[in-house]
Design a protein around this ligand. Structure first.
Ligand SMILES: [Zn+2]
Length: 91
């Protein structure tokens, strides 16, 4: 494999060019200005990487019957059934 001829960026420059944290201080109203973590809009002190895992990865996952997808599917089926029922009454 041929090595790239591109000049490697200095770590300092990479941090300077990094997208900034979106968090805002309540007291001053100013932005945090720290570099945001990859894939996040905030820096490591402002909650990047935080929160519980979603779906099956969550430790309280039992059967998925109350998962967002299952509830959404039930809503859709019920709405369709309601439409069919109301349509039947109108005729
Ligand atoms: Zn921040």
């Amino acid at each position: 494999m041929k090595k790239s001829d591109a000049k490697p960026m200095s770590p300092v420059q990479r941090l300077r060019d990094a997208p900034r944290c979106h968090a805002k201080a309540k007291s001053t109203g100013e932005r945090c200005k720290a570099p945001a973590v990859n894939g996040w809009a905030v820096c490591r002190v402002h909650g990047a990487g935080g929160g519980a895992p979603r779906g099956k990865a969550h430790w309280n996952w039992k059967h998925g019957g109350r998962s967002l997808e299952a509830v959404e599917m039930r809503r859709l089926v019920n709405a369709l059934a309601r439409m069919v029922r109301d349509e039947g009454e109108a005729i």
